[in-house]
Design a protein around this ligand. Structure first.
Ligand code: ADP
Ligand code: MG
Length: 620
């Protein structure tokens, strides 16, 4: 085409497209849900803008916030269009030619090695999945502030953009035209498309229509040649045409007729737009929640969410919310922890999608949760910035945290593996599904709970209840603070713990000799974050924490005084002998040893040896 401008894809995009094209990945279906999801995002965006500026919607068909699918069997061509926000020329270049996200190469790598394209939507490159089924794709787009353009590519490393002077004006929005590969013929079957929309796009909040053909019986006159011609012509016309000819029949005296099959086209609605969060939680099935989670989180793996909480907050601030604990932590959850401000909750106000980048809704440590909040209290017609400062958000956040922690506690409460202090009744029937769930949760997200203890002073105790660890008495399993306390010896005041790189190393520690022998339980903390954790977790249920490698360890010992007395001279001599050595404060008789003659102990407020190790490995 004369006015086409040529561009090259960013190298990573090119590589990704190669992977997709040559992929043996069998689930090619995913392209449709990605396109519908993009159309839905674009509709969300224009609807959001229209809250503060009605003009942006325009008039007539332009105001229809819906998604339309059309197919053409002869031309092997499938199109998905929306009347969303559309793309300007520069958007087309940027959005459909580059990947803005950091860590792009790493993830392209991952796609290549894992071969699992199911995750493509989570990585923010869903659009390119069109090349699973098409060898040539056109994107026609019209944004309010620009002309209509066509983006096109055969996935050969380059794309072209032209001002659109030949297609029908879209008004506003985007149409994606897929020229399907020969082997992708199944996507030209209406039934296939209907199934896919049902399966993957059930929770899209805009109506999805298919330009569907149906075989219908019609009565046609038998005698007159010309009228049957007319009927044939009408078959490819819209419904309104055939209605007109029906009306005409009234005037005529019964002509001879016969019944023929006729193909009638009409827009068929494929989804019922239902907001699951507006329904009564008692009436929503587990299956429905699981499906809703998939759509919301773009997580189309086979695993179900570990838990969910659907509730209705009333009072000063009214909102409905659904929270999910995903089955797995995202690959980069802790990588970009302190730089990443993204919460994974979607915010709606009165069913209108506002944003999924509101970090005011949940604290960082809970950013692994997925979900949605829909508030009736927040104002609709203000800018995002003003909304971010709205006083109700604080109340919403507080309630969300509370509900989130309840939901996590429930995973433990319902897990039969967790109830080894046999205080709980566990429903037999749900045993299998819930068994081991909390360990699974802990392995995926335990670090978040620890970060929560560090960050969230208000909920520290609640979070401490969710902690799990191994100890000298946990027998290789995980145990909790409450379980530790239930096993404390009479007269034991403090909770004992020790920190180090591995459990194996700690088990051999001389610091434990005596404590073990006397039957005291000691917690093993082996994660580097544990050192920080214990700087914030001072006590639990009125009991102080004591690092057994630090000064201040108190255990009952009848011979303590006696020993102190009889070794007085030795202690004095030793102290003198070490007086020139840096970092030695004192020499004392210890009651923590059994076989080992002596140990070096850290002062109460100093770094533990393990902390020294961690700090050194960080600075090197
Ligand atoms: P993601 O949707 O996660 O951002 P995609 O690869 O699916 O990633 O889409 C890339 C970008 O292309 C989108 O972020 C959006 O800006 C743009 N885009 C895709 N489809 C449409 C559409 N139908 N209307 C407007 N913009 C779109
Ligand atoms: Mg997308």
């Amino acid at each position: 085409r004369g006015n086409a401008e040529k561009f090259e894809f960013q190298a990573e995009v090119s590589r990704l497209m190669d992977i997709i094209i040559n992929s043996l990945y069998s689930n090619k279906d995913i392209f449709l849900r990605e396109l519908i999801s993009n159309a839905s995002d674009a509709l969300d965006k224009i609807r959001f803008l229209s809250l503060t500026d009605k003009e942006v919607l325009g008039e007539g068909d332009n105001t229809k916030l819906e998604i339309e699918i059309k197919l053409d069997k002869e031309k092997k061509f499938l199109s998905i269009r929306d009347r969303g926000i559309g793309m300007k020329k520069e958007d087309l270049i940027k959005n459909l030619g580059t990947i803005a996200k950091s860590g792009t190469s790493a993830f392209v790598e991952k796609m290549q090695t894992s071969g699992d394209l199911n995750l493509i939507g989570q990585f923010g490159v869903g659009f390119y999945s069109v090349y699973l089924v098409a060898d040539y794709v056109e994107v026609i787009s019209k944004h309010n502030d620009d002309k209509q353009y066509v983006w096109e590519s055969k996935a050969d490393g380059a794309f072209a953009i032209s001002e659109d002077t030949w297609n029908e004006p879209l008004g506003r929005g985007t149409e994606i035209r897929l020229h399907l590969r020969d082997e992708a013929g199944e996507y030209l079957e209406q039934s296939k498309l209907k199934d896919l929309v049902k399966k993957y796009s059930e929770f899209i909040n805009f109506p999805i229509y298919l330009w569907a053909s149906n075989e219908v019986d019609v009565e046609v006159p038998t005698d007159e040649d010309e009228s049957s011609d007319e009927e044939e012509a009408a078959t490819s016309e819209e419904e309104s045409e055939s209605e007109k000819s029906e009306g005409d029949e009234d005037k005529e005296e019964k002509p001879k007729t016969k019944t023929v099959k006729e193909t009638k086209y009409e827009w068929e609605l494929l989804n019922d737009v239902k907001a699951i969060w507006l329904r009564n939680p008692k009436e929503v099935t587990e299956e429905e929640y699981a499906k809703f989670y998939k759509a919301l989180a773009k997580d189309f793996s086979d695993e179900k969410p570990m838990a969910w909480s659907h509730f209705n907050a009333e009072g000063d601030v009214e909102f409905k919310a659904v929270l999910f604990v995903p089955p797995k932590a995202p690959h980069d959850l802790y990588e970009s922890y302190y730089n990443n401000n993204k919460s994974n909750l979607k915010l709606y106000v009165r069913r209108v999608f506002i944003s999924d980048e509101f970090d005011e809704l949940l604290p960082k440590y809970l950013s692994f949760l997925k979900g949605l909040v829909d508030s009736d209290t927040l104002p609709l017609n203000v800018s995002r910035e003003m909304l971010q400062q709205h006083s109700s958000l604080k109340t919403i956040k507080k309630k969300l945290i509370r509900k989130a922690l309840d939901m996590i506690r429930k995973i433990a409460d319902e897990d039969p593996d967790e109830s080894n202090n046999d205080s709980k009744d566990v429903d037999e029937s749900s045993d299998n599904e819930k068994k081991g769930q909390y360990t699974k949760f802990w392995n995926e997200f335990g670090k978040s709970i620890k970060l929560g203890i560090i960050e969230d002073a208000t909920n520290r105790n609640r979070l401490a209840k969710l902690l799990r660890f191994e100890s000298t008495k946990s027998d290789g399993k995980l145990t909790s603070m409450d379980q530790y306390i239930s096993r404390m010896k009479s007269g034991q005041k403090d909770i004992f713990y020790i920190t180090g790189p591995t459990k194996e190393q700690l088990e051999k520690s001389p610091f434990l000799e005596r404590l073990k022998k006397k039957g005291y339980e000691v917690i093993f903390f082996t994660d580097p974050v544990d050192e920080y954790l214990m700087q914030y977790l001072m006590d639990y249920e009125d009991k102080k924490f004591q690092n057994v490698s630090k000064e201040g360890l108190k255990i009952k010992d009848s011979k303590g005084k006696e020993l102190k007395e009889s070794f007085k001279e030795l202690t004095k001599w030793w102290k003198g002998a070490l007086s020139g050595v840096d970092n030695i404060d004192d020499v004392k008789i210890s009651n923590r040893l059994d076989n080992t003659p002596c140990v070096v102990v850290t002062s109460k407020y100093g770094w533990s040896a393990n902390m020294e190790r961690i700090m050194q490995s960080q600075t090197l």
